[in-house]
Design a protein around this ligand. Structure first.
Ligand code: FEO
Length: 396
């Protein structure tokens, strides 16, 4: 390979980037917006024996194959290491197997059933347990099983020779790789918020498994983190690991997220009153989300960022406002902890929203702050006072 070509694929030594960018998909997993797109990262280790680490979404197979052949020409790939089976990474397994029929697939006992189930692919397997090795020549790979980061079969592959960690979804983020793929050669500003959004949307439920994985990896000398999404991290490893550590402990910054629904602006006035009082009490980070406009992806991101959460809802058809209900459900699914919770609601002729939020408060692991506020029809003097008191209690 000439020097120019090397610059375009090489991460370290014989380790190459062969991933692709998706700027077409609107919603990741059918739910999460992708304003900056997403990359599906795959890596090739061009040693005496050649190993491919994960694949890409099947839509991009031809581009993927061309990138592989640009590096190894007509040499075969000996091993396909599957760190994660979600189809954004496993989607090209069947076509890779058709192209390289002698390829040996490397996975753990959870992996192979999924490969057959999704793709009908069987054949020679290299079954690994936690701590097993695979030698490629110069490179020696060690496998760390990291279940539930993000599926049960997820594992990470550590290249002991160069200190490169192939981490699956772990340490990943949304956002395509526009030109460069190594953090030190890119403007990486956009990826920090996209990392929190990715974590909170995709991995958010699995804080405890992420903590276990971080403990397992703690002693490793890591020179590069090669995740399945986003930049290859070489210059910012400490910051990236710190973000995943903080998020998976459900630790958060000082600030309050106010999430509310409102049909005609009356419940919104409760939210405005609370926000204004929070500010008067010295809270600087106040984020307001009207559920009818804000996408849940961004609401979750902010709830993961800040310690305080105040939720408000009108009553609708004798239920809580449906878009607020959807957020409550998403919070509960993520098993979040360590937040201060307040809530308020409204009704016209019979109240239901505040009752539903009381049930949510009971189920959640949050600390309830202040007295819930319930308003009939529109703001009265007493409502202003009650909303201000809720804000003061939260600010305290
Ligand atoms: Fe990017 Fe869990 O797959």
């Amino acid at each position: 390979m000439d020097t120019n070509m090397q610059q375009k694929t090489t991460i370290k030594g014989k380790v190459h980037y062969v991933g692709v960018n998706d700027r077409n998909k609107q919603l990741f997993e059918g739910m999460w917006p992708l304003p900056y797109g997403v990359s599906y990262n795959s890596y090739l280790i061009d040693d005496e024996l050649v190993a491919l680490v994960d694949t890409v979404d099947v839509c991009y197979f031809e581009i993927f194959l061309r990138k592989i052949k640009n590096i190894i020409g007509d040499r075969p790939i000996n091993y396909l290491i599957i760190n994660h089976m979600e189809p954004d990474h496993s989607g090209s397994i069947r076509l890779i197997k058709q192209h390289y029929p002698d390829i040996v697939i490397v996975g753990n006992k959870q992996t192979f059933g999924m490969i057959e189930g999704f793709y009908g692919v069987t054949g020679e397997q290299y079954l690994v347990k936690d701590g097993d090795y695979l030698a490629l020549g110069h490179h020696k790979l060690k496998f760390y099983l990291t279940p539930m980061v993000h599926w049960p079969e997820t594992m990470m592959t550590y290249d002991e020779t160069d200190g490169v960690l192939f981490s699956g979804d772990g340490f990943g983020c949304f956002g395509t790789l526009d030109g460069g793929f190594i953090d030190s050669r890119m403007n990486i500003d956009k990826y920090w918020d996209e990392m929190v959004r990715y974590y909170s949307n995709i991995v958010g439920k699995y804080g405890s498994p992420v903590q276990k994985a971080l403990e397992k990896l703690a002693g490793l000398h890591i020179s590069a983190i090669c995740s399945t999404h986003g930049p290859v991290w070489m210059e910012n490893i400490e910051r990236v690991v710190g973000i995943y550590d903080k998020l998976s402990r459900y630790d958060a910054d000082e600030g309050v997220v106010i999430v509310y629904g409102s049909m005609y602006g009356n419940t919104e006035q409760m939210a405005e009153t609370i926000a204004s009082e929070l500010s008067a009490c010295g809270i600087k980070n106040i984020v307001m989300h009207n559920v009818s406009k804000s996408n849940p992806s961004y609401i979750l991101m902010d709830i993961f960022k800040y310690k305080g959460l105040i939720i408000g809802s009108p009553t609708y058809s004798n239920q809580i406002f449906p878009e607020v209900e959807a957020i409550l459900s998403k919070i509960l699914v993520r098993d979040m902890k360590g937040r201060y919770l307040g809530y308020f609601g409204s009704f016209c002729w019979a109240g239901a929203a505040v009752k539903r939020m009381a049930e949510f408060a009971e189920k959640s692991k949050f600390e309830l702050i202040g007295d819930p506020v319930e308003m009939k029809q529109s703001m009265k003097d007493i409502t202003y006072t009650q909303c201000e008191n809720l804000a003061k209690a939260m600010a305290d």
